[in-house]
Write a protein that binds this ligand. Structure first.
Ligand code: SF4
Length: 317
């Protein structure tokens, strides 16, 4: 029998589920227990196929638009947040709806509204087309939120009054890229008002820091996450920027390109905020099948954040 080659696996921590994702999944599960199937969910509740398929098996029906939901069935809005018009339409149709928007995204919505009421126009740093960006921009009337994605966009943005501006950010951006965009905004619009740091959430920040901590030790980085998961894609970029040239997103073990990994001695593993630990374990097992592995945990922060589910789903209510 041929001996397996030796490999060190550096397991980043924190990784995987954040408090907002955990809460959103619980909301769908409790809603199914409370109202029975089908419960409709507008947009993937979190960006992970494994999670979505598991909830489908319990009776959740995923749709992209509210008009696909019958009036008499409950509907849940995803963790990424929704434009204001969506819950307003659900209320008009007298539907039962539960908003699973992460409280850290809702906090950004409230910031945007507060600035708007104070007469400021908003600049949002975010990714065009991402549901969180659509949801946050949809808190204010059209034209009140200007989107910038890059430092170059800052030169092009054309506010109504440069003296009356504030900025907000998507919660799942690259911490380092955002610092550069904020600096460009402050250089061009010295009066711009912003949050104390940015709106990037604790989970995004912590996962990026742990990837940075392992990037210098490893020959390859695998981030478990979905191609439409913003925070997972940022982890791949952070790994590459921190010096790990082979930095790849995989949804699960079957997507690992073993040929590309030939000859490596060390691999870093992390997971985006919407990727369940069961998929991390699947990847670790796939490595154990092929290598004599040593696992080293690299923990750069401890997390204890928890969010309650909305009152309508709490047992005592
Ligand atoms: S990544 Fe951050 S903002 Fe998004 S759901 Fe998780 S905790 Fe909330």
């Amino acid at each position: 029998m041929t001996e397996k080659p030796a490999l060190t696996l550096y397991l980043a921590a924190p990784r995987g589920f954040c408090a907002g994702v955990d809460r959103a999944i619980k909301i769908v599960e409790i809603a199914l227990q409370k109202w029975g199937a089908p419960v409709y969910v507008r947009h993937e509740i979190v960006h992970n196929k494994y999670v979505v398929d598991g909830l489908k098996a319990l009776g959740a029906v995923f749709v992209e638009e509210l008009d696909e939901v019958p009036d008499d069935r409950p509907v849940i809005f995803s963790a990424h947040g929704v434009p204001k018009a969506i819950p307003a339409e659900a209320a008009r149709r007298e539907m039962i709806y539960v908003d699973a928007t992460c409280p850290l995204v809702s906090k950004v919505h409230i910031e945007a509204e507060r600035h708007h009421e104070a007469g400021l126009q908003m600049v949002m740093i975010g990714h065009a087309g991402h549901p969180e960006t659509i949801g946050t921009m949809g808190q204010l009337p059209p034209g009140e939120v200007l989107l910038v994605e890059t430092v170059e966009d800052v030169a092009r943005v054309a506010p109504r009054d440069p003296q009356k501006l504030a900025f907000i950010t998507q919660t799942t951006l690259s911490v380092d890229d955002t610092v550069a965009i904020v600096a460009a905004l402050q250089a061009r619009f010295p009066a711009i008002i912003g949050p104390h740091k940015e709106d990037i959430c604790y989970a995004t920040t912590n996962r990026q820091a742990s990837v940075k901590a392992i990037a210098g030790k490893i020959d390859a980085l695998l981030v478990i996450g979905a191609p439409n998961s913003s925070n997972s894609r940022r982890l791949v970029e952070v790994g590459r920027a921190a010096g790990c040239n082979y930095s790849q997103l995989v949804q699960r073990a079957s997507e690992i390109d073993w040929r590309a990994l030939q000859g490596i001695r060390s691999v870093g593993i992390s997971a985006g905020a919407s990727a369940p630990e069961v998929l991390v374990n699947e990847v670790l097992d796939a490595f154990r099948d092929r290598y004599e592995t040593t696992v080293e945990l690299v923990e750069t922060a401890k997390e204890s954040v928890e969010f309650k589910v909305p009152r309508i789903l709490r047992a005592a209510d």
